[in-house]
Design a protein around this ligand. Structure first.
Ligand code: ADP
Ligand code: MG
Length: 457
């Protein structure tokens, strides 16, 4: 369907010029004054409004403002004579998309600006459509992306979600592997059952083993009561094993056996239990390379990589940055109770020029910070990149730091993460966490305080 553009100008030559220029790629409606424009605007859902600044009895800026109140995501472009550029610049700051100066000299540049504006409109619509669709259909989180790379991924996800097959998600940190796993769950036949997530990185082998398999009372020191593991809790549901490449060789063999036999036994028990969970795994290291390097079992690899989906890094997703940025801007504006936005054309261009080593997560943090620190109104370069740096200094992604930290720092990082996970595993219960980690309870309290970990139990 062709986009609909409303052109408002009292000058006949401008109307004719724009009509001819745009007729091939859009359905153009023409208005000569404010009254006509109001009528047309009320009757149709325009993708873009091109507005003359000086109209016989109206001011174009005020009229665009009026339209925007009715449709907050309306994309408008102000057409202005050289004498009024100052007002136009102020209007852009206030959140009108862009302005063009008349007379138009460079028709290619004109088309480019209009093309960009239509792209922004598509992004708004896609986000709102997607949100509404996903919320009503499955409650799955929205995964934004219209680049060919993401279209491919979204197609794969919807194809495999309903099958009961194991899925391996590969991709750099921050590319949306977690999100993809949740989407697969929400679109699967097991959607009404549990989705459980275990991170295999950073946990000692014995702790991970007891988390997955569960244990009987007295199975080991501290096992004071029988406890179900994730294999059991995820029965009928989906089990997501994140950072699977970090699993120890011994656990890799145990997992393989569970997948082959469709059964497992709790630690300290000989009674086999049926395992009926659907497995989703993720890794940010290419797993086949880990197999070649002898760090990951080949037979397990083929079991879990029945379908493997590669989440593309953001730099390969041309056209996705604007929709993602707009989505996060909306999200954080609502969350923080502000009316930030839109992103100015310069800001959008800068965002598109960044490398985003930390992928979507880094982009998300960048917008979150801008909204958090910003009062209200459009977001410009200076809000996004207060130090003027954009790609040169990426935010820390959750990949291992490229520089080797000092021993004390590394230990502190490990401890903080470790205790957070142990507490997670213990459902926030400190006594249980003390038991799982073999650290006296008092001692654990001291560490929690040191690392600022809070629990409500
Ligand atoms: N396509 C996307 N659309 C919207 N949000 C996304 C998308 N991809 C990632 N995110 C968001 O970016 C953040 C990082 O994604 P996550 O799934 O945790 O990445 P990974 O598990 O690959 O490190 C999350 O907050 C997630 O919701
Ligand atoms: Mg993740």
């Amino acid at each position: 369907m062709l986009p609909k553009i409303l052109v408002v100008d009292d000058d006949r030559h401008t109307r004719i010029l724009l009509d001819r220029l745009l007729a091939k790629t859009a359905v153009v409606s023409l208005a000569t004054d404010g009254a006509e424009a109001r009528q047309l605007f009320a009757a149709d859902d325009f993708n873009l409004v091109l507005m003359d600044q000086r109209l016989p009895s109206d001011n174009g800026i005020d009229l665009l403002r009026e339209f925007r109140e009715r449709r907050p995501h309306l994309v408008g472009i102000l057409m202005t004579g050289f004498a009024d550029v100052r007002d136009a610049v102020a209007a852009v700051r206030e959140g009108l998309f862009d302005y063009l100066t008349k007379p138009f000299e460079d028709l290619e540049a004109l088309e480019a600006v209009i093309g960009k504006a239509l792209e922004l409109d598509r992004a708004y619509r896609e986000i709102h459509g997607l949100r509404a669709r996903l919320a009503s259909e499955s409650g799955a989180p929205a995964m934004i992306g219209q680049s060919p790379a993401m279209e491919h991924v979204l197609g794969q996800i919807s194809q495999v979600a309903g099958l009961d097959t194991t899925v391996l998600l590969e991709g750099e940190s921050g590319t949306g592997k977690d999100l993809a796993a949740r989407m697969i769950h929400a679109m699967s036949t097991r959607a009404t059952k549990l989705f459980l997530e275990v991170n295999c990185g950073g946990l000692p082998e014995t702790l991970l083993e007891s988390l997955l398999f569960g244990y009987e009372k007295g199975a080991f020191t501290g096992a004071s009561q029988a406890t179900a593991g994730y294999f059991e809790k995820a029965h009928d549901g989906n089990l997501f094993l994140d950072e699977i490449a970090d699993m120890s060789p011994k656990l890799q063999s145990s997992l393989l056996r569970v997948l082959q036999d469709h059964s497992f036994t709790r630690i300290g028990s000989t009674q086999p239990r049926a395992a009926d969970f659907r497995l989703i795994c993720a890794t940010n290291r290419p797993l086949l390379a880990e197999v070649k390097a002898g760090r990951f079992r080949e037979d397990l690899y083929y079991r879990i990589a029945v379908v493997s989906i590669r989440m593309p890094p953001l730099r390969e997703r041309e056209g996705d940055i604007v929709p993602l940025a707009t989505h996060f801007l909306d999200h954080y504006s609502t969350k923080f109770g502000k009316t930030c936005g839109p992103l100015t054309p310069a800001a959008l261009q800068a965002l598109e020029g960044c490398r985003w080593e930390g992928n979507v997560r880094q982009l998300q943090h960048c917008i979150e910070r801008a909204v958090a620190l910003h009062v209200n109104g459009p977001i410009d370069m200076s809000h996004l990149f207060p130090t003027g740096e954009c790609c040169a200094s990426p935010l820390p992604a959750n990949d291992p730091a490229p520089v080797t930290p000092g021993y004390q720092d590394a230990r502190a990082d490990f401890e903080r993460e470790y205790f957070r996970r142990v507490l997670d595993a213990a459902g926030g219960n400190v006594s249980e966490a003390a038991r799982l980690s073999g650290i006296p309870r008092q001692n654990l309290y001291v560490r929690m305080k040191r690392w600022g970990i809070v629990t409500d139990k």
